[in-house]
Design a protein around this ligand. Structure first.
Ligand code: RIB
Ligand code: CA
Length: 311
C-alpha cells in the first residue's frame, strides 16, 4: 500500500487531538510531521498539547514543530472558552517528555515540500492558516509541489461560530486564509456545514470510551469539549470538526460536496473572516475549492472508533 504522506498543521484543541490520533492510528497515513500554530490557545500550549497527544498514542518519535505565535497581520484571538485554559481540558495527562523539534514549523514545511517528490505531500491544516500562508509567502516555489490541501475551516449555511459570519480558523487569520484560498493548490474544505452534521451523542462518546487504551481520554475530552456547543446550539452533542480532514483522506466516500468559488473577507470589520462561498454558482468567479457539505455521520464515527481502538 502506498502511504499518503501528510503534514498536520494544528492548534490542539480536543478535536485536533482526535484528528492527530486518527492519523497515527491509520496505516494508510505517513505523518511526516505535526506543525503547531497559535489558535485555540497560545503557541506554547499548542506545541505542548501536540506532544501530549503523540505520547498518549505511544508515538513519541513523531516530529512536532512550533510555528507562528500570532496571525500575519492581527492580534491573536484564542478560544479558551471552548477548549479550556490548557486547550486540552477534560482530562489531565502527563507533561510531554518527547522533544519539540528545533526547526521552525515554517522552515520544516518549506524544506519538506522542496525535498519530497513533487505532488506527494498533502497538507491538513486544522487551525488558523498562519504557518501555511507564511511558508507560501517565503517560498512560493513550494506551492505547485503540494499534492492537495484538506483543511477544516469556513462556513456557508452555518455562517459563523466565533462571529455571526466567520468560523474560528479563518477568522483568527483572514489574511493567511486569503493567501491559501488564492494559491491555486487543489483544495478540499471541511466547513461548519459538514462538521455540524458530525455531532457527538451519548452513544458515540460511550463508544469512544470503550475504544482501547486511548478511549477514556478521548471520551473525557469530548465530554468537556461538547458542553460549549450543546449550550450554544441546544444540540445533543458537539461537532467533531478536525478529524473530518483525516477521515476524508481515509474514506472520501463518507463525504460529499461541490467545486465552487470561495473568497475570504479581509476588508470589512463586520464580516471579517467570512468565507464567501458561491454554493449556487451565481458569480463568474472560478471554482477554487471542493466545499464539503455532507457526511455519513455514522460511518465517520464508526471509522473513528475502529481506528482509535488500534492505538
Ligand atoms: O471552528 C472550529 C475550528 O476552530 C476547529 O479547528 C477547532 O479546533 C478550532 O481550531
Ligand atoms: Ca483546530
Amino acid at each position: 500500500m502506498t502511504k499518503r504522506k501528510i503534514i498536520i498543521d494544528t492548534d490542539p484543541g480536543q478535536d485536533d487531538a482526535v484528528a492527530i490520533l486518527l492519523a497515527l492510528a491509520s496505516p494508510e497515513i505517513d505523518l511526516l510531521g505535526i506543525t503547531c500554530v497559535a489558535g485555540n490557545v497560545p503557541l506554547e500550549l499548542t506545541a505542548k498539547n501536540a506532544r501530549i497527544v503523540c505520547e498518549l498514542a505511544g508515538r513519541p518519535e513523531t516530529r512536532v514543530f512550533a510555528g507562528c505565535d500570532r496571525p500575519m497581520a492581527r492580534k491573536l484571538v484564542t478560544a479558551e472558552h471552548v477548549h479550556g485554559k490548557t486547550g486540552l481540558d477534560g482530562i489531565t495527562l502527563p507533561d510531554p517528555v518527547m522533544p519539540l523539534q528545533d526547526q521552525h514549523a515554517v522552515d520544516f514545511l518549506i524544506e519538506t515540500l522542496r525535498t519530497e517528490p513533487e505532488g506527494t505531500v498533502t497538507l491538513c491544516p486544522i487551525a488558523p492558516l498562519t504557518n501555511i500562508a507564511t511558508a507560501f509567502e517565503r517560498a512560493p516555489d513550494i506551492i505547485p509541489r503540494i499534492q492537495e490541501i484538506v483543511l477544516m475551516g469556513g462556513a456557508y449555511f452555518e455562517v459563523g461560530n466565533i462571529t455571526p459570519t466567520a468560523e474560528f480558523n479563518i477568522y483568527v487569520d483572514p489574511e493567511a486564509a486569503k493567501i491559501v484560498f488564492g494559491a491555486g493548490v487543489p483544495l478540499t474544505v471541511m466547513p461548519l456545514d459538514v462538521t455540524h452534521k458530525a455531532l457527538t451523542t451519548r452513544a458515540r462518546v460511550e463508544a469512544f470510551r470503550e475504544a482501547g487504551r486511548v478511549g477514556p481520554a478521548v471520551a473525557s475530552w469530548t465530554d468537556f469539549f461538547e458542553r460549549f456547543d450543546k449550550e450554544k446550539y441546544g444540540s445533543e452533542g458537539a461537532p467533531l470538526h478536525d478529524p473530518c480532514t483525516v477521515a476524508y483522506l481515509l474514506r472520501p466516500e463518507l463525504f460529499s460536496g461541490r467545486e465552487i468559488n470561495v473568497e475570504i473577507e479581509t476588508g470589512s470589520d463586520l464580516t471579517l473572516g467570512m468565507t464567501v462561498a458561491d454554493w449556487w454558482r451565481v458569480t463568474q468567479r472560478a471554482p477554487n475549492a471542493t466545499f464539503i457539505g455532507d457526511v455519513d455521520a455514522d460511518g465517520y464515527f464508526a471509522l473513528l472508533v475502529e481506528r482509535l481502538a488500534q492505538l
